[in-house]
Design a protein around this ligand. Structure first.
Ligand SMILES: NC(=O)C1=CN([C@@H]2O[C@H](COP(=O)(O)OP(=O)(O)OC[C@H]3O[C@@H](n4cnc5c(N)ncnc54)[C@H](O)[C@@H]3O)[C@@H](O)[C@H]2O)C=CC1
Ligand SMILES: O=C(O)/C=C/C=C(\O)C(=O)O
Length: 484
């Protein structure tokens, strides 16, 4: 049986305590994950601290950039291994993982290596009080040992989105992958070793959150900064851990994102866009749309068109040609999503389509499948409109005016993303400035340029990563003043 080992100081490390890693498509056991205890976390932190003082800490930026390009090239060379590992762990469609997850896993190293190589720091010249001259300039230094705590929805993509810039800036990292998806972080250890990244620079500890590797890592005094993607409540726990030692955090948390479709939108493109934003990755994308607001003149037509799209989605295992919807990540998550489906019904929703779990054949019957689901007719106070579900579902409500759409979109504690569909540039610009989010897509969704700021407002996060913004988190900016 496959063993998912910790990766500490360049070695794969077994522990006496294991848990099962199961496949979402049929619940079969994929392998055993070796849970890191306090001892392994201590060892990983010690290795990461030592590596800061070793060849990695002394390496020139040019050499570091070359190494990170080699990491990306090796991920691409082993593309099929990463693809197989990711789809086994998540059950997502092969077409999705091969177009988004794995290519981004490689790109995250190249893009940030190039940014670190090419982006200058500020410099000034000034006249001193004695009439002389001084020049000052910014010097970026690594923050040190960075803990990277990851979710299960886009495992390689979201992990490397943080590991790429952290390493490019000269830090060392300890990754705590989600207990649901241990495979690609482990595989990346092989890549680091193969291309010659020094021991201790990239470490992986497996396990859970409270009372396990996640808590041990985030509470560890040897960790200098913590970057995390996941649920808002977990963010609160990690922030409390980070308070000891006043350590910086970068958080990308949950969302309850609104999609807004104006009557003047390109109808077919808007329907296709909301189909993706509501159902892609089985709705397990923090940027996804669970609240859709459609301007009244096109409301009925839009609901009917989205229903057709949802019903046309092929539900099935990753490799099945044409499949558009995989399973949810776990039995526990399926329970949660089906719980919301039941709540919507109990609170009086009109179920436009879905609302349950599909019958799957053979071994797939053991998988965590749910139907793509659309509701209408609920008041804004309903649970499925207020709480993050993280499943393939959305509620659609009509609106009349721009102001009403803005008020509806903002009536949430979250503030991660929105997708707005209109052909009127004025409307687009007004919506972009009024909706309280970190990310506003106009006539698009999940269109990414890795040089741009990425993150959430309100309860959806703290800080921004992406492009030069990542450098703000992963480096200390020191000012050097030279009196000439
Ligand atoms: N990108 C996002 O916004 C995501 C949001 N979610 C939301 O979170 C819900 C639960 O999913 P989970 O993966 O269980 O999210 P989670 O936030 O509980 O877990 C994410 C990571 O944090 C770790 N963790 C949990 N508690 C911790 C603690 N006290 N200290 C340190 N590390 C801790 C977990 O082991 C995992 O690696 C989902 O149903 C969904 O609503 C989940 C994944 C991604
Ligand atoms: O493109 C990215 O960097 C991130 C995308 C998605 C998420 O952050 C998420 O679903 O958690």
């Amino acid at each position: 049986m496959q063993q998912f080992l910790n990766f500490i100081n360049g070695e794969f490390v077994a522990t006496g305590k294991t848990f099962e890693n199961r496949a979402p498509v049929d619940n079969r056991v994929l392998g055993l994950v070796h849970e890191a205890g306090q001892r392994e976390v201590d060892a990983a932190v010690a290795a990461a601290r030592a590596a800061l003082k070793g060849p990695w800490g002394r390496m020139s930026v040019v050499k570091r950039v070359e190494l990170l390009h080699a990491v990306a090239d090796e991920i691409n060379r082993r593309f099929d291994d990463f693809l197989a590992a990711e789809i086994a762990d998540t059950g997502k469609p092969l077409s999705l993982a091969s177009h988004i997850d794995i290519p981004r896993g490689a790109a995250n190293f190249k893009v940030f290596a190039d940014i670190v190589k090419n982006v200058p720091t500020e410099s000034f010249e000034m006249t001193t009080p004695d009439g002389g001259t001084a020049v000052s300039y910014g010097l970026r230094t690594p923050v040190g040992v960075v803990a990277v705590v990851c979710p299960w929805n886009l495992p390689l993509l979201l992990m490397t989105w943080k590991v790429g810039p952290a390493l490019a800036c000269g830090n060392t990292v300890i990754v705590k992958p989600s207990e649901e998806t241990p495979a690609t972080a482990t595989l990346l250890g092989e890549v680091m070793k193969a291309v010659g990244v020094p021991d201790g620079v990239y470490n992986v500890v497996h396990g859970f959150g409270p009372g396990s590797a996640g808590e041990f890592l985030t509470k560890h005094p040897g960790v200098n900064a913590i970057t995390f993607t996941g649920e808002t409540r977990t963010g609160e726990a990690i922030m409390a851990a980070a308070a000891k030692g006043v350590r910086p955090v970068s958080f990308e948390l949950g969302g309850k994102n609104a999609g807004i479709v104006f009557a003047d939108a390109d109808f077919d493109k808007a329907v296709a866009g909301i189909t993706r934003s509501a159902f892609e990755n089985c709705g397990q994308v923090c940027l996804g749309t669970e609240r859709v607001y459609v301007q009244r003149p096109i409301f009925d037509r839009f609901v009917a068109a989205l229903k057709d799209k949802a019903e046309a989605l092929q539900i099935g295992p990753s490799e099945q040609p044409g499949v558009g919807l995989g399973p949810l990540i776990s039995a526990e998550h399926k329970q949660k999503v089906l719980g919301y489906y039941a709540k919507a019904k109990a609170e009086g929703a009109t179920i436009v389509t879905g609302g349950g779990a599909p019958q799957m054949p053979g071994a797939l019957a053991e998988g965590h499948w749910v139907q793509p689901t659309i509701w209408t007719g609920l008041p804004e106070s309903a649970s499925v409109i207020r709480e993050e579900i993280f499943g393939p579902c959305c509620h659609i409500a009509p609106f009349d005016t721009e102001d009403e759409a803005i008020a509806l979109a903002n009536a949430t504690d979250y503030g991660l993303a929105t997708t707005v569909w209109t052909q009127n540039l004025g409307t687009a610009h007004r919506m972009a400035s009024a909706i309280e989010v970190g990310l506003c897509w106009i006539n698009s969704w999940f269109l990414r340029d890795l040089r741009t700021a990425f993150g959430g407002a309100k309860a959806s996060g703290i800080g921004r990563e992406g492009g030069v913004h990542s450098l703000e988190f992963y480096t200390e900016l020191r000012n050097v003043m030279i009196k000439l």
